[in-house]
Ligand binder design. Structure first.
Ligand SMILES: Cc1cc2nc3c(=O)[nH]c(=O)nc-3n(C[C@H](O)[C@H](O)[C@H](O)COP(=O)(O)OP(=O)(O)OC[C@H]3O[C@@H](n4cnc5c(N)ncnc54)[C@H](O)[C@@H]3O)c2cc1C
Length: 301
């Protein structure tokens, strides 16, 4: 029986595991990989290397510590978590059943891709999925934002404050109904292409063009120095569906102490309904979830 199982090995899960070990808990991290999404980094032709701390640098120490502590990691997907009296069972992909007194879910969220020609080739080479992370690199540049919801609108609004030209490609003009939409509509450097279908991404070493079909079916090529695909994230929360409270988008609801509605289950990072998908936020939430789990476990230790 473990004191604590942490599911997920991204910034949130790595930090939670190291904090748990530091508190001398009997901890096991169950994960498909070590590092999660921290290996992503956008490459751009006009920037050799930008002076910010890389996500991987932030978590590398924790990662190498866990590579060394093989008793504290189990490299396999978790499929389901069930309650077993006051304890929990983590079911793994290979049929394993791991018993624990407390669990931290830190499984992150999946990016929605368009699965179009050129997308895989140019992913993170001028084409990315997070204006929240990368908009500030596009001062005076021409960029394209693709998406139909709040994320695309938010990305367009942020980019419009610094880019030379922003083209928003969306299936619907309803996206502009909100107060932020009205601000975007009034921005002189924003062009909107409603009802256009994106069919391909073209370029050389970097993405340079978004190929679209206009509502009449004619091909229109939009030149771009940066392409932002801004679609809602899909939280990896299936393993606790029906067990803990999720919001409308499937993200795990947590309180300010990273506690779910089920005593003994905690959650941290992109899988939760908290604000802003960022490495440093995930690291902080992982630490908080581990300390909360420790407070929960203390009377039982
Ligand atoms: C393209 C891209 C670029 C980004 N750039 C930046 C940036 O420049 N700066 C920044 O701060 N943030 C950036 N982010 C966001 C940042 O990467 C995330 O916010 C952060 O990694 C979230 O950490 P996490 O631990 O919650 O989840 P993740 O990093 O997604 O880690 C989730 C972990 O859970 C594991 N896992 C998932 N399902 C299971 C399962 N069923 N069983 C076991 N393990 C499982 C995964 O293998 C992984 O180890 C970027 C994100 C993307 C997609």
């Amino acid at each position: 029986m473990y004191d604590l199982i942490v599911v997920g090995g991204g910034p949130a899960g790595l930090t939670a595991t190291i904090y748990g070990l530091r508190k001398r808990l009997n901890v096991l991290m169950v994960s498909k990989d070590l590092g999660g999404k921290t290996q992503w980094r956008l490459a751009l032709p006009w920037i050799d290397d930008y002076q910010v701390i890389r996500g991987l640098e932030v978590v590398n120490k924790f990662k190498s510590e866990l590579e060394y502590l093989d008793f504290a990691r189990h490299m396999e997907a978790a499929e389901k978590i069930e309650k077993d009296g006051d304890n929990f069972v983590v079911h793994t992909h290979g049929g394993g059943e791991l018993k624990t007194r407390a669990v931290i879910i830190a499984t992150g969220a999946k990016q929605k891709t368009l699965k179009l020609p050129g997308e895989k080739e140019y992913m993170m080479k001028g084409l990315c999925y997070s204006a929240l992370s990368y908009a500030p690199l596009f001062i005076d540049r021409q960029v394209v934002v693709i998406g139909d919801g709040d994320l695309a609108l938010r990305a367009t609004a942020e980019l419009a404050t610094i880019a030379q030209k922003v083209t928003l490609i969306s299936q619907t003009d309803k996206i502009l109904a909100s107060p932020l939409g009205k601000k975007v509509k009034a921005s002189k450097n924003v062009t909107t292409l409603f009802g256009y279908e994106v069919v391909e991404f073209k370029g050389d070493e970097f993405a340079r063009t978004v190929v679209t079909k206009d509502p009449g079916g004619a091909t229109v090529e939009v030149p771009s120095e940066g392409i932002f695909i801004e679609k809602a994230l899909i939280p990896n929360s299936q393993m606790v569906q029906g067990l803990v409270e999720l919001d409308n988008e499937g993200r795990i609801s947590v309180d300010c102490g990273s506690r779910t509605n089920v005593p003994g289950i905690f959650a941290a990072g992109d899988v939760t309904a908290g604000f802003a998908e960022q490495v440093l936020i995930a690291v902080g939430e992982g630490a908080k979830a581990a300390l909360s789990a420790y407070e929960y476990l203390l009377p039982k230790l």
